[in-house]
Ligand binder design. Structure first.
Ligand SMILES: NC(=O)C1=CN([C@@H]2O[C@H](COP(=O)(O)OP(=O)(O)OC[C@H]3O[C@@H](n4cnc5c(N)ncnc54)[C@H](O)[C@@H]3O)[C@@H](O)[C@H]2O)C=CC1
Ligand SMILES: O=C(CO)COP(=O)(O)O
Length: 366
């Protein structure tokens, strides 16, 4: 950056907050990172390593850690919030006394709030109500960023200043930042793909092949877009990095925690064992519960998410669920091209059944 050195604050001492702090510092910013664990603060400040969440990677020494929110937020132009969704609101409330309207506030969290079904930028709007709010999402495995693998992300905001400043502050030779003004769609993409990453991990552990994974990811995209449209988002956003991009990486990589939870379940662990052995956040476990509940209440058809819900919470064997989904009613490939209802109606016409009789034994196909 050619301008005066910018001050960046990162809230969260986990793997993603640490990776983002290092990018900003590599790019010339002065970075202060807040976390609640004093021992981790000392470790980062003395050894420039985060031994708990990213042990294998060096952190840029221009990042200093602190447990003191006031120190971290003082003079920060950009505040990146990398806190799991369960704790996001409480951390924002703790930060509120030191936040100012001219600051840019960006959530990096890929989850949904349990009680309210709000996305994290909406929590920011509710708690803070300042004008410069955005979200970052995309195929961004923290350890690959820390390893400086070439990576791209999306900054989504209705506010042009937020988009531009984040592109300037984080964009560098190994991290490319694309802009979107569909904040809701980008944020929803980041949260929803975690559901399907669990399913993909499970399928891999069960020995299912590449055709299966490809089918799963593509049908997941159809389902995510359907849900997003019902929520008022633009389905085109799901063709971008925060939709299909993030879906590909988290459904393909053992570095994804959600994928790893699914893999452990596929190997026969219980949900509790799988989550406990991870020791980090896997947002998808909570998201599948919340999204299925919302989809049921709003009449959105989400057979993959619903199937995963039954495997996670009702002890349905994953192989039985996969077979049931395969044997359901025939459906349409891209429903924005050929509506699902048109395929169903054609089947009813050909077999002479009425819509009342066409339920079948299993769920409709995805
Ligand atoms: N790790 C990754 O590759 C990526 C993660 N994300 C998202 O970023 C968010 C944060 O994830 P990670 O950094 O990966 O999580 P993590 O599991 O590595 O670390 C979570 C951090 O949050 C802190 N935390 C938890 N509860 C807290 C509380 N009540 N008060 C203060 N701090 C608290 C923990 O101490 C820890 O520092 C998640 O929503 C995740 O989906 C997004 C993109 C990539
Ligand atoms: O969102 C991510 C990559 O883009 C990280 O995924 P996990 O939370 O599953 O590790």
């Amino acid at each position: 950056m050619s301008e005066q050195q910018i001050n960046v604050a990162v809230l969260g001492g986990g793997s993603f907050g640490t990776a983002l702090a290092s990018i900003a510092a590599d790019n010339g910013a002065r970075v202060r990172q807040w976390m609640r664990d004093g021992e981790l603060v000392d470790q980062i400040n003395s050894t420039h390593r985060n031994g708990r969440y990213l042990p294998a990677y060096a952190i840029n020494p221009a990042v200093t850690a602190s447990t003191d929110m006031a120190t971290v937020l003082e003079d920060a132009e950009l505040v990146l919030i990398a806190i799991p969704s369960k704790a996001f609101r409480s951390v924002v409330q703790a930060a509120r006394p030191w936040l100012k309207p001219e600051q840019i506030l960006v959530s990096t969290t890929k989850g949904i709030e349990q009680e309210s079904f709000l996305l994290m930028s909406e929590v920011l709007d509710q708690e803070i109500g300042f004008p410069h709010v955005g979200v970052i999402a995309g195929p961004n495995l923290a350890s690959e960023i820390a390893d400086k693998q070439l990576t791209a992300t999306v900054i989504a905001s209705h506010d042009p200043l937020t988009r531009t400043r984040v592109q300037q502050v984080l964009g560098c030779r190994y991290f490319r930042v694309y802009a979107s003004d569909d904040r809701h769609g980008v944020e929803l993409g980041g949260a929803l793909k975690n559901i399907y990453a669990i399913a993909a991990g499970m399928a891999a552990a069960l020995g299912m092949g590449e055709n299966t994974r490809s089918m799963l990811m593509t049908r997941a995209l159809a389902e995510m877009s359907r849900f997003a449209v019902a929520q008022g988002a633009n389905p085109m956003t799901f063709l971008g990095l925060a939709g299909v991009g993030d879906l590909i990486v988290t459904c393909s990589s053992n570095l994804s925690r959600n994928y790893r939870v699914g893999y452990a379940l596929g190997q026969g662990q219980t949900l509790e064992q799988a989550v406990d052995s991870l020791g980090q956040v896997a947002e998808g476990v909570n998201t599948v519960r919340l999204v299925c509940d919302k989809a049921r209440n709003s009449g959105v058809y989400m057979p993959l998410a619903e199937g995963l819900y039954h495997v996670l919470f009702d002890n349905v064997p994953p192989k039985d669920m996969a077979l049931s989904l395969m044997m359901g009613e025939q459906s349409s490939d891209v429903e924005f091209v050929l509506p699902r209802e048109a395929v169903q109606q054609a089947h009813r016409n050909s077999t002479g059944t009425s819509s009342d009789e066409s339920g079948g034994d299993g769920p409709e196909r995805t």
